[in-house]
Design a protein around this ligand. Structure first.
Ligand code: PEP
Ligand code: MN
Length: 457
């Protein structure tokens, strides 16, 4: 085998691209670091630290996304709006993993499709904000941009962007990743033992019976297959779990963008599946420039103001060779806007024959602020958007291949509605998010069941 066989070259290498070429473009949503020398030193250190994921895993995920594009898999992507450094603790991480595993079991069984599990974690530490500053009682300070940049407390010291946080963010991501990998390698995801994933208060949930029925049915199926074949089904105790985060803070992403022996091109080795947020997806902007050159599968959030020609142009930039698995479009229209906003985009992409994976984010178009300023989402709107998304894709002859959710394994009260019908007064009881409101454990499972009822019958 010659070198070109072991290292297949792309049809077109990204022209004029380097991990730093984004710096020639306008980069929105970046912090202003007061001390460029301290920033340079932190980035230099970050550039020498080990990566968090490998190119093999990244390419395996790309193949799975390519399968999902063909309707052979369904993507479940979920986690906090923003992780915080202080939430890097075992119970929170394992509970989040448990709820994602429970949801994926419901989806696998109900949809009769393998599920690609992607966490919104191990690096989801930087947030786009609607304003650069925040004013309280006549005092104006820089906005909180996520723990990778600064701290949420409203003091000048907390809000000052601190380059050391880049190192800390990498370390916390690595710890999260390490724990998730160890749990999964140790058999935590083993389908023979779904009881490992029961959360303490599951027994009291109105959804418990339906979930237990699904698990029992899977258990029967597994035992039946094992009896037939006379041997245990081994690959049931191991699953793949991938990570994703918004590639927002480009200095951080650049420092973890590397070349890999026996592979061409560059990989972002801080995560398997980075995405570009709605606020930073502008044509000609730095985020698109950075993302076009890496070999990871990438996603872009698509909001209600995006026009069909803008979307086609974005696809040209990010996936000029129409590579399978490369590009996912995550629409986040809102329950009230999806019926008008989505069809023209689906039609344009279909008409042009572009290969994408369509995923629905039913969270970000449904955020609202109550009179007291608290941000929430109504579960009915979240479900309504998912429900409409399936119908709109069916009518357009396209396929909804996944969902992107903000959720937690904790019993929080941040979104209203759901099986326990949380009301405005309930929100005060356990509202913990510093940023967007998340589905709690029960609401997440209920949504998975809704997807199955809609799609799987
Ligand atoms: C997010 O995913 O937390 C987010 C800010 O989403 P969007 O870019 O879609 O607004
Ligand atoms: Mn969010």
């Amino acid at each position: 085998m010659n070198a070109s066989e072991t290292r297949p070259q792309p049809v077109n290498l990204p022209q004029d691209w380097t991990p730093a070429s984004w710096q020639r473009r306008t980069a929105l949503q970046q912090p202003v670091y007061r001390d460029p020398i301290a920033l340079g030193a932190a980035l230099e250190q970050l550039g020498r630290l080990p990566p968090l994921v490998t190119s093999w895993e990244i390419l395996a995920l790309k193949r799975q996304i390519a399968d999902a594009q063909e309707g052979r898999r369904f993507v479940l992507q979920g986690g906090d709006c923003a992780e915080s450094f202080s939430d890097c603790e075992s119970g929170l991480i394992s509970n989040r993993l448990k709820v994602l595993l429970q949801m994926s079991v419901v989806l696998v069984y109900g949809l009769r499709l393998p599920v690609v599990r992607v966490g919104r974690f191990a690096g989801q530490y930087a947030k786009p904000r609607s304003a650069d500053t925040e004013t309280r009682d006549g005092v104006t300070l820089p906005c909180y941009r996520g723990d990778l940049v600064n701290a949420p407390a409203f003091t000048p010291a907390a809000r000052e962007p601190d380059p050391q946080r880049l190192i800390e963010g990498h370390a916390r991501s690595a710890m999260t990743m390490n724990f998730v990998r160890s749990l999964i390698d140790g058999g935590f995801a083993d389908l023979h033992h779904p009881e490992y994933w029961n959360l303490d208060w599951m027994g009291h949930s109105p959804l418990a019976a339906e979930y237990q029925k699904t698990v029992a049915a899977i258990g029967d199926g597994v035992r039946f297959m094992e009896t037939l074949s006379g041997t245990p089904i081994h690959n049931l105790n191991r699953i793949d779990f991938y990570t994703s985060h918004e590639a927002l803070l480009l200095h951080y992403e650049e420092a973890l963008t590397r070349q890999v022996p026996r592979q061409w091109g560059h990989f972002n080795l801080s995560t398997h599946f980075p995405w570009i947020g709605m606020r930073t997806a502008a044509d000609g902007g730095a985020h698109l420039e950075y993302m076009r050159g890496i070999r990871n599968p990438v996603a872009v959030k698509v909001g209600p103001t995006v026009k069909p020609d803008e979307l086609l142009r974005l696809i040209d930039v990010l996936n000029p060779d129409d590579e399978p698995g490369r590009l996912t479009l995550i629409h986040r229209m809102g329950n009230a806007k999806i019926a008008d906003g989505l069809p023209p985009l689906l039609d344009a992409v279909k008409r042009d024959g572009r290969r994408v994976l369509w995923v629905a984010d039913p969270m970000h178009g449904n955020t609202e602020s109550l009179a007291n300023g608290v941000k929430t989402r109504r579960f009915a709107n979240v479900c309504g958007e998912v429900d409409q998304a399936f119908d709109i894709h069916a009518a357009a002859g396209t396929r909804l291949g996944g969902v992107h959710l903000e959720l937690t394994g904790e019993d929080v009260t941040e979104c209203m509605g759901g099986a326990r019908d949380l009301t405005e007064t309930d929100l005060a009881r356990a509202y913990r998010s510093q940023v967007d409101p998340r589905l709690n454990y029960e609401q997440s499972l209920e949504l998975a069941m809704l997807i199955v009822r809609k799609r799987g019958g």
